[in-house]
Design a protein around this ligand. Structure first.
Ligand SMILES: [Zn+2]
Length: 410
């Protein structure tokens, strides 16, 4: 109860006086600090099914926070719903998880619904409700989500199906865009968690892009507002993850949805959730998404996004892949029993796998051996002067987690 009161004091603090709008950075800070009060507590893991998600949506539907209509069915017959919030003139289409194993923004959308439900008189809520109509398609690839895989049940990457429209999921997204004719779109994904921001050795927590609509990456009156919106998102989340925001590859991809939806006339921003040290479940990045999206929508609603400095977006360094999960530094190493000894760094990735019993487990793998001084890692282990066991450390082979643990301890 005490926490709830704190929340409402915060809510009151940004109520505008004399018609003044609070600064976006102030609103962002308030939402960041009060996130625990509005995050949806039922979501505790990033692996969830459509059935679970629909269970989270139902109370919002029953309370009248959102209206729900079916858009169509996935290949396996799961009904994909559209959730609508607000009754404003500007329509914004938000879709998430077209890649089934990219659920971070789906969780954030649930938090945002919970925010609308818990704080109906907050200036962010009232402004969004009045000026925007949000059309949300959380989890547009429910069959892929069921398996936690990128592709749909038909083994197609639906983000390469925007032209052919062979998959039902791609047709649903295309028809939704035509039906609701959104002025703005948010294309919500997760990217490889091992991208860095340019050559800074800092992990990219969020990558943004106003996708190109042609080969020459021109600007027009559709793409420019998208760049302003991306700049707004970048500066809002930059307060919390400064230096960890990058730009996604801007090469025109003629088969992808972001690029085509931009081309079809909707100002579209791609948001990619990347990596964060110690956040394998991506709960911190979920929070960053929820805050970034809420404030960006608020800025769209009140028009503030137009005055965000475009250079904030233009100067974002591109994603660069320069990160391992673990690097053992300065180890002594012999490739085999008879090989001479070398001083090397050892790069290791750690991924989740399903074992034969179907349970999730972590698998560590040696992916690089040599001078890795240009690479960074989530975890650096100083192995100076230490001989590693060449029977356990082999390139492109798994390394036992227990052995890694003994190296950590030294
Ligand atoms: Zn994706």
């Amino acid at each position: 109860m005490k926490r709830l009161i704190t929340f409402w004091i915060l809510v009151m603090s940004t109520t505008p006086t004399f018609g003044q709008q609070p600064l976006l950075s102030t609103v962002g800070r308030e939402l960041f600090d009060s996130y625990e009060e509005f995050k949806l507590p039922s979501i505790t893991t990033r692996r969830f099914s459509q059935a679970e998600m629909l269970g989270w949506v139902k109370p919002f539907q029953d309370q009248g926070v959102v209206a729900t209509v079916p858009l169509g069915q996935s290949a396996e017959g799961r009904t994909i719903p559209l959730l609508t919030y607000g009754a404003g003139k500007t329509t914004v289409l938000l879709w998430s998880q077209m890649h089934g194993d990219e659920p971070t923004a789906t969780m954030a959308l649930m938090d945002i619904l919970n925010f609308f439900s818990r704080a109906p008189e907050h200036i962010v809520t009232t402004t969004i409700r009045r000026y925007l109509t949000l059309r949300m398609i959380p989890m547009i690839n429910p069959d892929g989500a069921e398996r936690f895989q990128r592709r749909t049940a038909q083994m197609v990457d639906m983000n390469r199906d925007a032209q052919r429209l062979e998959t039902p999921e791609a047709r649903i997204l295309k028809v939704a865009r035509e039906t609701y004719a959104p002025q703005f779109g948010f294309n919500l994904h997760d990217q490889d968690p091992r991208y860095t921001v340019g050559n800074t050795k800092k992990v990219s927590a969020i990558a943004l892009l106003a996708p190109a609509f042609d080969e020459s990456r021109s600007d027009n009156d559709v793409r420019l507002p998208a760049k302003h919106l991306a700049a707004t998102f970048a500066s809002v989340v930059g307060q919390f993850i400064g230096g960890h925001v990058s730009k996604y590859d801007d090469t025109f991809e003629p088969r992808a949805f972001g690029d085509n939806i931009q081309k079809w006339g909707t100002s579209t921003v791609l948001v990619e959730s990347g990596g964060w040290a110690g956040d394998r479940e991506k709960m911190f990045l979920r929070k960053i998404n929820a805050v970034g999206l809420l404030v960006s929508l608020y800025a769209l609603a009140n028009g503030d996004y137009r005055s965000t400095d475009l250079s904030v977006y233009e100067h974002l360094p591109f994603n660069t892949k320069y990160l391992y999960d673990v690097i053992l530094r300065n180890a002594r190493f012999r490739a085999n029993e008879t090989a001479p000894e070398l001083r090397v760094d050892i790069g290791i990735t750690i991924d989740e796998r399903r074992n034969d019993g179907g349970a999730l487990e972590l698998v560590a793998k040696v992916v690089d051996i040599g001078d890795l001084s240009v690479y960074a890692a989530f975890e650096e282990i100083d192995a100076t002067g230490r001989m590693v066991d060449s029977s356990l450390v082999k390139l492109d082979q798994p390394i036992p987690l227990e052995y890694l643990e003994t190296l950590r301890k030294r």
